[in-house]
Design a protein around this ligand. Structure first.
Ligand code: UDP
Length: 391
C-alpha cells in the first residue's frame, strides 16, 4: 500500500478547533490520508477543553502566545515555527479555517512552500477592511493563497467568484460548525453545574451574552453591558448568563459594570457542551460572535448581533438574527420583552449555514483532488534533488 498522504490541519483558537474537529474526524477514517494536527495555541486556555471534548491531540504545538503581543508577532512566530514543520512533515495539503492570524500565517507559509492550501469557511466578506479587524484582511489574503475554497453558503461562493477565484476550485460544502454541533448534541451530556443553573433559573427569561471582539472594546462594550444590566434590573423575571472571555479588555469592564448584580451570572468561558446547553435554554442570545450566529438556527434561538455589520447576512435573512448596529440595544430588548412574536417565530428554522455533512464533503473533495497535487509536489522535489545531484 502506498504511503498515506499527510493533510496538515492548523488551528489556534476556540472557533477554529470547533470547526476543524469534524474535518480531522473524517480524515482519520480514510486509509489514504493521515491528519497531522498542528496547534498554534493562539488561545491557550480556551483551547484545551475543546481538544478534550473532540478527542484531538495535536502532533505539534507552536505555543506562540505570550501576553500583550501584536498580531505581527504572532504571525512571525507561526511562519517560522510552521515552516520547519512543513519541511519535515511534507504534507500534501494544508487546511486552515476562517480568518485568524493563525489561519493567514498558515496559508502563507504553505503557499511559500508550494503546498496546496484548503480554506475551510472561505468567502465570508463584510466589505470593510477595518471591521472585523484584522479578520477581513486575513480572509482576503487567505483566498489569494488558497487552492481549494470550501464555501459554507452560496453567497460565500459568489463572493469568491466575484473576486475572480477559479470557479472549479470553489466548492459549496456548508459550514462544519453544524457538523460539530450535531456531534456534540448527539454524544455529550452537559455538566451538573450547568444543569443546576438551568434548574435554578427555571421560569426566567434567560439572556445569554458573549462579547469579546476587538471592535466591541471600550465605549461600545460599556454601553452594551450597562443596557443589559439596566434591563435585568427593570424586569424581575429576566436573568443574564455571561461567560466572560479572559481578555482583560472584557474582564475589566465586566467586573466594573456587572459584579454583584442580582440575577446576573458571570461565568468562566464554558466548554462547548455546556455552552450549547445554555444556548438551547436561552430566551434570547446577545452576541458579537460569528460562530454563535451560525449555531443559533440549528437550536432555534434568536440572536441580537452586537455589531455594526455582519459577514453572515444569511442569519438575518432567515430571521434568526437581528443586527443591533447603531440602534438602541435597550429599545430592542424592551420591544422583545413586550412582544415575543419574533422570539417564538424562530423555534424551527432551516440552518442556512449547513446540513451537518460539510466535513464529509471537504474530505471527499480532498480525496479526489489532493492525490495528483501531492504527486506533483513530490515529483518537483525529486526533480530538484536530481538536478542538485547532477551539478
Ligand atoms: N463558545 C463556547 N464557550 C463559550 C463561548 C463560546 O464553546 O463560553 C463557542 C460558541 O458556541 C462558538 C464559538 O465558541 O462555536 C465562538 O467562538 P468566538 O466567539 O470566540 O469566535 P467567533 O465565532 O466570533 O470567531
Amino acid at each position: 500500500m502506498p504511503n498515506k498522504i499527510k493533510i496538515l490541519v492548523l488551528f489556534g483558537t476556540r472557533p477554529e478547533a470547533i470547526k476543524l474537529a469534524p474535518v480531522i474526524y473524517e480524515l482519520k477514517k480514510r486509509h489514504d490520508f493521515e491528519p497531522c494536527v498542528v496547534s498554534s495555541s493562539q488561545h491557550t486556555d480556551l483551547l484545551a477543553p475543546f481538544l478534550k471534548i473532540f478527542d484531538i491531540e495535536p502532533d505539534h504545538d507552536l505555543r506562540v502566545m505570550t501576553e500583550n503581543q501584536t498580531p505581527n508577532a504572532v504571525c512571525a512566530k507561526i511562519l517560522q515555527g510552521l515552516d520547519e514543520i512543513l519541511a519535515r512533515e511534507k504534507p500534501g495539503c494544508v487546511l486552515v479555517q476562517g480568518d485568524t492570524t493563525t489561519a493567514f500565517a498558515g496559508a502563507f507559509a504553505a503557499f511559500n512552500r508550494k503546498i496546496p492550501v484548503g480554506h475551510v469557511e472561505a468567502g465570508l466578506r463584510s466589505g470593510n477592511l477595518q471591521s472585523p479587524f484584522p479578520e477581513e484582511m486575513n480572509r482576503r489574503l487567505i483566498s489569494l493563497a488558497a487552492r481549494f475554497h470550501f464555501a459554507a453558503t452560496k453567497r460565500n461562493r459568489e463572493n469568491l467568484l466575484s473576486e475572480k477565484a477559479i470557479e472549479k476550485d470553489v466548492y459549496l460544502t456548508g459550514n462544519t460548525v453544524v457538523d460539530a454541533l450535531e456531534y456534540i448534541s448527539n454524544n455529550s451530556v452537559q455538566s451538573e453545574k450547568i444543569n443546576s443553573l438551568i434548574r435554578k433559573t427555571e421560569g426566567f427569561k434567560r439572556i445569554l451574552l458573549t462579547t469579546h471582539r476587538r471592535e466591541s472594546f471600550g465605549a461600545a462594550m460599556s454601553r452594551n453591558l450597562k443596557d443589559l444590566r439596566d434591563f435585568v434590573r427593570r424586569h424581575e423575571d429576566v436573568c443574564l448568563f455571561f461567560p466572560v472571555h479572559p481578555n482583560p479588555n472584557v474582564r475589566r469592564v465586566c467586573v466594573d459594570i456587572l459584579k454583584s448584580e442580582e440575577r446576573v451570572y458571570l461565568l468562566e468561558p464554558l466548554d462547548y457542551v455546556d455552552f450549547i446547553g445554555i444556548m438551547k435554554n436561552a430566551w434570547l442570545i446577545v452576541s458579537d460572535s460569528g460562530g454563535v450566529q451560525e449555531e443559533a438556527p440549528s437550536l432555534g434561538r434568536p440572536v441580537l448581533i452586537l455589531r455594526e455589520n455582519t459577514e453572515r447576512p444569511e442569519a438575518i435573512e432567515t430571521g434568526i438574527a437581528k443586527l443591533v448596529g447603531t440602534d438602541s440595544l435597550t429599545e430592542m430588548l424592551e420591544e422583545n420583552y413586550t412582544d415575543e412574536s419574533w422570539i417564538d417565530s424562530v423555534k424551527s428554522i432551516e440552518n442556512p449555514f449547513g446540513d451537518g455533512n460539510a466535513a464529509k464533503r471537504i474530505v471527499e473533495i480532498l480525496g479526489k483532488e489532493v492525490h495528483p497535487e501531492a504527486q506533483k509536489i513530490h515529483l518537483a522535489t525529486e526533480t530538484q534533488t536530481a538536478h542538485k545531484a547532477l551539478k
